[in-house]
Design a protein around this ligand. Structure first.
Ligand code: SAH
Length: 378
């Protein structure tokens, strides 16, 4: 074991856990607030920077704790300003995260797992299988890395990341505790201070975990529906065989009921040519969405090698959208962003270290690692 793995990593700790940590080393609990601000608002890399903490305590912290964030192995910026990072997690696997600027907004799309176990038929992340859950530090570390990429963190609290969506690699509800802990930090005033409306968890529909989420959190919710009937959804989103549409819609309504405001669920629907993009599907979808306060986000399928699927024509996308709008359903079509750096929805792959699959991207990554001088500034 290396020295660093024996130290406690404070990066991903919720306020309560951090307070307990200080308790456990015989220090006052309020130190947690000070240290959280240093880590998440000022981007401190070491305890030595924490000037409102005594030298003696800093020394003690150096001995027992650390601030360890995942290593960035690659960063690319798309022509449209979208930035993608590949970060190496403990154990050597990598995941991706994407920052999407849009007017005043900067939305960070965060990964929650290395790979994914749900195996949705049109998602490239699912194709590589599941490796492991990210730790809370690896999840919140993505937010910190994105903010730091704009230069020094701004102590006055100007936020360079305005929204976070848990829509990167993985199924966030299958990594429940770590995701909840990281989202707590996203919303904590002593950390990133984002409002609950600006933190969105997206799920393929793990119904029991959704109920559990309602008991502990009030983040905004997005649901990946992708099909209006169980017959079709069973094929595209296999977890539907366990939790069919009716149960999922009921769980979404329970989630909305527990929020004491007028938020709605964002329903995501990836349009795939000839599979779920016909006017008949749109009409069936209207019926499903009548049962849920929601807005619809249509995502034209983003192709990846050997997917076996195609993106519908612009006319087909438009026709689908029109059926929904005519039925009075608030509908948007997600613009493809970051396509030229493979940062679009469903194109995030990262690399799972211990699988035999060795894609071209993996080889590129390894080559770049071997030549560190070439890594930065793509
Ligand atoms: N597991 C969660 C989080 C992933 S979010 C979920 O399923 O919601 C990523 C979103 O992009 C999901 O709605 C997913 O279904 C969609 N997606 C996946 N692959 C895609 C592709 N190739 N083209 C367009 N959208 C895709």
């Amino acid at each position: 074991m290396t020295e660093s793995t024996q130290k406690t990593n404070l990066l991903g700790m919720s306020p309560e856990k951090l307070a307990e940590f200080f308790d456990s080393i015989g220090e006052k609990r309020f130190r947690a607030t000070q240290v959280m601000k240093w880590i998440h608002q000022f981007g401190a890399e070491s305890f030595d920077e924490m000037t409102n903490i005594s030298k003696v305590l800093r020394q003690k912290l150096n001995e027992v704790a650390e601030i360890r964030e995942p290593e960035v192995v690659m960063q690319k910026t798309s022509k449209d300003g979208t930035r993608k990072w590949v970060i190496k997690t403990e154990g050597g696997s990598s995941v991706e995260m994407v920052l999407i600027p849009d007017g005043d907004r900067r939305t960070l799309c965060v990964s929650s797992q290395v790979g994914c176990s749900l195996d949705c038929s049109f998602c490239s992340t699912g194709k590589q299988g599941f490796n492991r859950n990210l730790t809370a530090a690896e999840i919140i570390g993505q937010v910190r890395i994105a903010i730091k990429s704009y230069g020094a963190m701004d102590p006055s609290g100007e936020r360079r990341v305005t929204n976070v969506v848990m829509m990167g690699m993985g199924e966030p509800l299958m990594n429940f505790d770590n995701v909840v802990e990281a989202m707590q930090l996203m919303m904590d005033d002593n950390a990133y201070g984002l409002s609950k409306r600006r933190v969105t968890l997206s799920t393929a529909g793990v119904v029991p975990a959704l109920d559990k989420l309602g008991a502990v959190s009030d983040v905004s919710l997005a649901v990946s529906l992708h099909a209006p009937t169980d017959e079709l959804r069973d094929q595209l989103v296999p977890i539907n065989r366990r939790y069919p549409i009716k149960e999922l819609i009921a769980a979404c309504n329970r989630y909305l009921d527990h929020l004491n405001d007028k938020r709605v669920v964002t329903v995501e629907y990836t349009l795939i040519a000839g599979v779920n993009d016909q006017p008949e599907h749109a009409r069936q979808l209207v019926k499903v969405l009548r049962k849920l306060p929601s807005k619809l986000n249509l995502i034209p399928f983003n192709p990846f090698p050997n997917s076996g699927y195609e993106r519908p024509s612009d006319q087909a996308i438009d026709a689908f959208k029109q059926v929904m709008l005519n039925a009075g359903i608030l509908t948007t079509v997600r613009r493809t962003r970051g396509d030229d750096v493979d940062a679009a929805c469903g194109q995030l792959v990262g690399q799972v270290q211990d699988r035999t699959r060795r894609s071209e991207k993996y080889i590129q990554l390894v080559q770049q690692e071997a030549a560190p001088g070439q890594r930065a500034g793509h």
